[in-house]
Design a protein around this ligand. Sequence first.
Ligand code: IPM
Ligand code: MN
Length: 356
Amino acid sequence: MYKIAMFPGDGVGVEVADQAVKLIQTIAKKFHLVFEIEKAPLGGASIDKFGAPITPEALTLAKNADAVFLGAVGGPKWDNVETSIRPEKALLQLRKTLEVFANLRPVHMFPALISKSPLKEEIVSGLDFLILRELIGGIYFGTPRGIKNLPGGGEEGVNTEVYTTPEVERIARKAFEFARRRRKKVTSVDKANVLESSQLWRKVVTQVHKEFSDVELQHRYVDDCAMQLIRNPKQFDVIVTTNLFGDILSDESAMLTGSIGMLPSASIGSHHALYEPVHGSAPDIAGQDLANPLASILSVAMMLEYSFGLHELAQSVEKAVQKVLDEGYRTQDIDQEGMKKVSCSKMGDLVAQRIQ
Ligand code: IPM
Ligand code: MN
């Protein structure tokens, strides 16, 4: 039996999480597996119900599960709440508490969607790389942080980018391990020409590389990497980078594949794992059954793979997604002339029906 903690969150998170549940239940039935799914509010939904974006009960639920699924958090309704209880805090606290330091964001170009990419076909066809984002350190969590009044008037906002040797070592090691199972190339991305934290990052990654001499290591500055992702993204296999740079580069990379609605993620630590679509709560289309559930569905595939070791089932989910796309079904974000436009729930049904 597999225990899953399910946090649909806010906005389209609720709709896409429903499709994830539908898929899991279909798999349970077809393959005689038992998944116990327990749901709880998170983010804005938790603020509305309990006055806080995450509760101790939610954290306990997550810690006791074999895997955690999260839809998305946030929305205009909570934009003006005090910083300390913003919906996003729930996400950051969950990641930190579960110690899921390695965030995997695979960037995969589905052949059926090539013409949705803003880039030319020859640049993106066959695209397949992995962004490994450090998730529980760096400027997201560094101290000192805050906003304070200055004596002479005005205010000062402060955040701190900080990385320690062990933090860089463990994410670097993961990057080389993943590269070993892929095309054996790691690109480490930093800003070592300006930041000391990046100089340490580069030094430690270079040191860890000595244990993985069969893997090629390249260092790039983040500005250069942002450019290379547009110029020639197929040069990348595994990109390993800091929390903030990884946040930015993964949105850029998602767009290469046509829509951010397609990008899944897995966040992995030594004891826990958290699965989320990379897209946010998309308040503009929330509640209308318009969202693309494929990032969530592909996140379930990652859960089957990384948390439950069900490799074949994970692959059959990916194949089902590919099939549905090849058959011409599209949610509005990836729709094109001549294709069959479907709702979020219909897309969820179609994928579930095609699981074999
Ligand atoms: C992401 C999101 C989050 C992040 C926000 C919502 C806190 O953008 O998962 O990429 O910055 O990590
Ligand atoms: Mn982001």
